[in-house]
Design a protein around this ligand. Sequence first.
Ligand code: APR
Length: 314
Amino acid sequence: MTGVSKIVVLGAGNIGGSLAQRLAEADLAEEVTLFDIVEGLPEGKALDIQESAPILEFSTRVRGSTSLDAIAGADIVIETAGLARKPGMSRSDLLTKNAGILRGHAEAVRAKAPGAIVVVVTNPVDVMTFYFREISGFAPARVFGESGTLDTARFRTFVADALHVSPRDVTGFVLGTHGDTMVPVLSLTNVSGVPLTKLLPADRLDAIVDRTRKGGGEIVNLLKTGSAYYAPTASQAELVRAIARDQHRLLPVTAHLNGEFGEKGVYVGVPVVLGRQGVERVVEVDLTPAERAAFQTSVRAVREDLAILAQMPK
Ligand code: APR
């Protein structure tokens, strides 16, 4: 299967531009459209990516637009637009500003691409995904967020480094929220089937968990302006590929819970099966008592942010 007709990337910043490039190079759609409010930015990045096609041999047409009409007919929409947190800006300021941006996009997707699958990337991702779903009115299976595949990729990288093995042989999950309370699940991590807990002592594992939790901040501190986008867009492209090629991948995403893991009415990172229809099912895995408690703490943090969202004027 080659893929879908049209993928729309909302926001043509660091993430949006890099993601459009990865999607075009993977030939997952006949057309990839970049959208932004800054005149010239989506058109310029799209043309630049398009001009690499003769060398890289992809067939995808890459377009840029500053009109929300560009959403029309999208099979998959990835929401990356938004502000990054600036010094002096509170978490709730960021949350309400980004929700304001997403509202218009969710309404446009509902009107112009009613059959689309939506992947939300904008932070705080657990809350933004909840909000996008609410405004769009889409079935929860068709709107989910990306963070677990990124946090898990960072976790796998640090485990591979510590063991001097290939990162591809390390599998596992990071669940919960995309923030300080995320839950790298050590009990479900293994290296080609060998449990991780048999390969590294507890203090080394604690250090890896801590570095994973601070993974986004580590990059921000190094870059000083802007945040990570190479690993994030690799993670997003993996999700888009699973949808476009109907791969039924078992991956961690920010999914809607309706009783699974003992939680309801919240979006948070859990393992799911992902295919052309979006989230096919949430996969409930056994956690140790400590991991379950950490997961519940994580869900509480998301609910605190949802309370800020609920106070926003409708
Ligand atoms: N409509 C479309 N695009 C918008 C809008 C809007 N209403 N408001 C802002 N944008 C665009 C900006 O013009 C900018 O090009 O969103 C883009 C954001 O790009 P960057 O600032 O480079 O941020 P980026 O690193 O791409 O991250 C985007 O993803 O991982 C998350 O936390 C990150 O929420 C952030 C988002």
